[in-house]
Design a protein around this ligand. Sequence first.
Ligand SMILES: *Cc1c(COP(=O)(O)O)cnc(C)c1O
Length: 248
Amino acid sequence: MATISENIQQLHGRIERACHQASRPVDSVTLLVVTKTFPASDVREAFAAGECRFGENYVQEGVDKIDALIDLRDRVEWHLIGPLQSNKTRVVAERFDWVHTVDRLKIAQRLSEQRPATLPPLNVCLQVNISGEDTKSGLAPADVADAARAVAVLPRLRLRGLMAIPEPAETLEAQRRPHRALAELMAALNRDLGLGLDTLSMGMSADMDAAILEGATLVRVGSAIFGARSRPSPPPSPPSPPSPEPAA
Ligand SMILES: *Cc1c(COP(=O)(O)O)cnc(C)c1O
């Protein structure tokens, strides 16, 4: 079986080939190593292989790994890429560097209020339901401009771009379509609102090549590095639960 380090090396070869095919510089694509369900020892191995950006889906699991790897804290970035509910925003604002899954203004407001003044602004992406699936979280494309305008002015956040998890598709052409739509949406925000967004968070193990062809700047890859996850992913969180506002 290939080691984590070998898989990472292979993955960089794959990123490089996709960049060449897209006539893009290789350094225009950043690898986010998705570590959900894998132990801190695997994250440490990926760090030893040269990786310094890690993505977690569940807040508590992420915090546990941040703590287990606290000796690396100044040299790595932790990204939350899973659903975020309003009662969990404080620990996220305090412990993470990025949140990719902002899909409501209320979540963004809480993250901004709760981001400690001692830390740099929290990097955020707006999650877009680009394939229009009923069950997926994310803003409808038509609502993204208003949300971006509102989030961009929050003082303790830095709005970096858009994120999506498109519906799985078999062919490269079918995979490219939603990624292209997300890229066009971000280009429109930059053009019409003058926002200067620089991050298109799209592409996973199965559709990374299509995403890079359409302009992904950050690909989120787990299983191609660590192998298949044995623990199943928990069900997606219900959309925008009408949760009571916890005391600030
Ligand atoms: C799990 C996950 C990934 C990584 O998926 P792989 O297929 O393991 O590469 C990327 N993004 C999100 C939001 C995820 O939940």
